[in-house]
Design a protein around this ligand. Structure first.
Ligand SMILES: [Zn+2]
Length: 151
């Protein structure tokens, strides 16, 4: 029996049974599912999904969509997505916003590029969108002091 690999978002299901349906157009029911499916989209280079699920008010949103898509593609290609850990979830309150705090394990050009972020999501016309995010700490900063390269 061959082992089906897990979805990049960390679920024990395969991509087909997990995030693929969102990338194909189904709306995630919760902010957490949106967050996970966006991480998965980054890992797989599904840049249309990233563009589509970014809130119009998000500071990362770029007017030049083709340039933005190229940048996302570059980022996806040059990054190894090694894992996602959800630290805290606050689902929608009265204002329709939810927050997810998570930690990502990324490698870029052989270096740790992971970070912890608190993201805010807003439901607009029945669809969750990524509003903005605040980086709380980088893994690199945490790992300094216990470097493998010490003498
Ligand atoms: Zn998934």
């Amino acid at each position: 029996m061959s082992k089906v690999s897990n979805c990049p978002c960390g679920a024990s299901n395969s991509y087909k049974l997990c995030c693929q349906k969102y990338h194909n157009g189904q709306k995630p029911k919760t902010a957490l599912l949106l967050m996970k499916s966006r991480y998965c989209a980054f890992a797989r280079g599904e840049v249309d999904y990233i563009v589509k699920t970014t809130h119009p008010k998000n500071p990362a949103l770029q007017n030049d969509v083709s340039k933005w898509r190229r940048e996302l593609q570059e980022f996806s290609k040059n990054t190894q997505f090694r894992g996602l850990k959800i630290l805290e979830v606050k689902e929608a309150e009265l204002n329709g916003k939810a927050t997810v705090t998570f930690c990502v394990d990324l490698i870029q050009h052989g270096h740790q590029a992971g970070f912890t972020e608190k993201s805010t999501f807003e439901k607009v016309n029945g669809r969750w969108l990524y509003l903005d995010g605040v980086i709380q700490s980088s893994v690199e900063a945490e790992l300094q002091g216990e470097s493998d390269f010490s003498l």
